[in-house]
Unconditional design. Structure first.
Length: 275
């Protein structure tokens, strides 16, 4: 299997499709690089090189017990980019992956980066507080961890409903969407599942976003039940100089997966890559 070995000996699995200017896809929690297969094929067909890795403890990467923090994730991404000697890269990140993208730029800069796409992403800060009243209460994150520890298989089945917006009237979510979510979630280590909740809940990316100096597209659904747009996407678009914000009316957290929004996002992505 194609994999790189990180500075601390973790094997990071990745897909590498097509030839041309590189586009690196960073998946959300609790998924894997498989979540990006539609977009990987689309960019490869359009003349780009699409790459999607599995985060440590997810998918086919090493099922480690530790290292579930954004400094480590960003350094893993850096190891991947440098090992493959990627340059002029467009980074595309979903949900928790948006924190990985932001922290990568915060720690490693943009020398190798051409542009960035943040989809339903967690920056600048998820956790509710006096300076972030639009955020998510700590009790919600506590309940997520309890659900994973109590019976994670059923928890993932339940979570697939709100993740994709399957609980909304007139939705286009398929059983296949929910089954794929469950399969990817079950490949994540239970420790990774719990530790990542703490990481994406409380990590503050304000300083990382200030270091963005490349064209940036922010895409977010206004019915995202997992990562509220008012606490994240709208604020990110204001914090990143020159960022373009696209709001999908009625869009769920799983924009890149649900029929209808999936095709629209792929079209918007390909248009952005031309710039």
């Amino acid at each position: 299997m194609p994999a790189i070995t990180t500075r601390d000996g973790v094997e990071i699995f990745y897909k590498d499709w097509g030839k041309g200017r590189p586009v690196v896809f960073i998946h959300g929690w609790p998924l894997s690089g498989d979540a990006w297969q539609d977009q990987l094929k689309a960019v490869a067909d359009a003349g780009y090189r699409g790459i999607a890795h599995d985060r440590r403890g997810h998918g086919r990467s090493t099922p480690v017990f530790d290292g579930y923090d954004f400094d480590t994730f960003a350094d893993d991404l850096h190891d991947l980019i440098t090992e493959l000697d990627l340059r002029d890269v467009t980074l595309v990140a979903h949900s928790m992956g948006g924190g990985e993208l932001a922290r990568y730029i915060g720690r490693h800069g943009t020398d190798r980066v051409r542009s960035a796409v943040l989809l339903s992403a967690i920056p600048p800060l998820m956790l509710q507080g006096p300076d972030n009243p639009e955020g998510v209460p700590q009790s919600v994150f506590d309940d997520i961890k309890k659900g994973i520890l109590a019976e994670r298989s059923q928890f993932w089945k339940d979570t697939a409903e709100t993740f994709h917006g399957a609980n909304r009237p007139g939705n286009k979510v398929t059983q296949g969407n929910k089954d794929a979510f469950w399969l990817m979630a079950m490949q994540e280590t239970i420790e990774g599942g719990v530790a990542c909740v703490d990481a994406f809940a409380a990590t503050d990316f304000h300083e990382d976003l200030k270091k963005f100096d490349v064209p940036t597209l922010v895409v977010h659904g206004d019915d995202d039940q997992v990562v509220p747009i008012d606490a994240t996407g709208r604020k990110t678009a204001q914090l990143v100089r020159g960022a373009e914000l696209k709001v999908y009316a009625g869009g769920s957290h799983g924009i890149a997966l649900v029929p209808g929004d999936k095709e629209k996002f792929t079209e918007d992505l390909l248009e952005f890559l031309k710039k």
